[in-house]
Design a protein around this ligand. Structure first.
Ligand SMILES: *Cc1c(COP(=O)(O)O)cnc(C)c1O
Length: 390
């Protein structure tokens, strides 16, 4: 198995690094890699290999070189999303496409499945876009119930549903298969699924599930710097978008499709990030997507074993836990700010002390991206050491 992330582990304390010119003309710039290792769930550690891929010289976005770069990414993207549809590249963070989906798809009313910070915010965003919107709400830490989704959709009020697959704020992994089976009963309803922290950590076969728009971002499970969002779009979603008057320009799905047909993007994209993406896709291919899923499962189980050994509890119920991160209930009332301070000072790494309203009540440890058994041992040993010093 190829080592994921190349020399990711060596970036740990590397400080100032020098990159070699890909043209072979010697050193041409220096960069600082952060001496602090990130085990909070996003943005996460970026490998030297990715930074090097991103240091390719700039090219025009309306020329053959860019078209070749864009086209190079498509087969692997389609294979990892498991779709026959195009995978569009948006120069924005994930929220751009999340808001764009509302503008493109909602004609009548949207049902926002709310189970944590990111999914809750989607309701607010829908309203700010001037759309009729309603929440299907569960308590933070709980998954969305397929029977409740079914009951809401049976009212016939909704034409769009939003769902966050892995709710990064609570560590909940919703059961996409069961929820998609409910959605399949309602062919007039378009579905939008956020896989920002689940894409490439567990299978998300978008076509088999019948999901209309599936989106992810660059800085979480893909271990790239922030600034790029990726999304699939079904014919049904394009047909629906054609009926909406206020799609705007920047996130208009039809602009993406028109440009995609020429291996281009609507406006000037983050070309450096797309070089990074191509390198990352090749890395995933070399590792093998199934091996990548297995690695996330294994590293996540390692964190779970640590949680149980220390008498902590999980915030998400069994069977609904993300494979990309662990959200731990702070049932022992550990002094989290102090713990985080010790981790940073003595071990040069950070974990997260809880998001939004569960700050202090939970803490989160990421195992997504390029992490290995060795790099996860680093954070777990550091946690042991720091807990002993509290
Ligand atoms: C981080 C995250 C987002 C937001 O991504 P941005 O890149 O900040 O737009 C959305 N959804 C989930 C599940 C996330 O984890």
């Amino acid at each position: 198995m190829a080592e994921p992330g190349g020399r990711a582990s060596s970036t740990h304390f590397s400080g100032c690094r020098t990159l070699q010119s890909p043209l072979g003309s010697g050193t041409y710039f220096q960069t600082m890699s952060s001496p602090i290792k990130l085990y909070n769930p996003g943005p996460i550690n970026v490998s030297d290999k990715t930074y090097e891929a991103m240091a390719e010289p700039m090219i025009g976005h309306r020329g053959k070189d860019f078209q070749a770069l864009y086209a190079d990414c498509q087969p692997l993207l389609k294979s990892f999303f498991q779709t026959e549809n195009p995978v569009f590249l948006s120069t924005s963070s994930a929220w751009g496409v999340m808001e764009g989906s509302i503008r493109n798809l909602v004609g009548k009313k949207v049902l926002n499945c709310c189970c944590g910070a990111f999914s809750d915010k989607w309701l607010d965003v829908s309203k700010r876009c001037g759309k009729e919107a309603e929440a299907l709400r569960v308590e933070w830490g709980q998954p969305i119930d397929p029977a409740e989704l079914d009951a809401k959709l049976a009212t016939g009020e909704f034409d769009t549903v939003t769902l966050v697959h892995s709710e990064t704020s609570t560590g909940v992994l919703n059961n996409l298969e069961k929820l998609a089976a409910v959605l399949a009963k309602y062919p007039d309803v378009c579905s939008v699924v956020d896989t920002v922290s689940s894409f490439s950590t567990v299978p998300t076969p978008v076509d088999a599930l019948g999901i209309d728009v599936m989106l992810t971002g660059s800085q979480k499970a893909l271990a790239l710097p922030p600034g790029l969002a990726l999304f699939t779009c079904s014919q049904r979603a394009l047909d629906r978008a054609a009926q909406q008057n206020d799609r705007g320009y920047y996130f208009d799905f039809h602009e993406f499709k028109k440009n995609h047909d020429k291996d281009m993007t609507p406006s000037t994209p983050c070309i450096s990030l797309i070089y990074g993406l191509r390198a990352k896709l090749r890395e995933i291919e070399a590792e093998g997507i199934e091996n990548r899923y297995a690695r996330h499962e294994r590293l996540n189980a390692k964190v779970h074993a640590w949680v149980e050994k220390h008498g902590y509890e999980f915030f998400a119920p069994e069977g609904f836990r993300s494979k990309a991160l662990t959200c731990v209930r702070n049932n022992k009332e550990t002094d989290l700010p102090k713990l985080i301070q010790l981790l940073r000072k003595n071990h040069a790494l950070i974990i997260d002390g809880g998001y939004g309203k569960v700050k202090g009540k939970t803490f989160r440890i990421s195992n997504m991206g390029d992490e290995t058994d060795a790099t996860m041992d680093v954070v777990l040993n550091a946690l042991d050491d720091s807990l002993a010093k509290l």
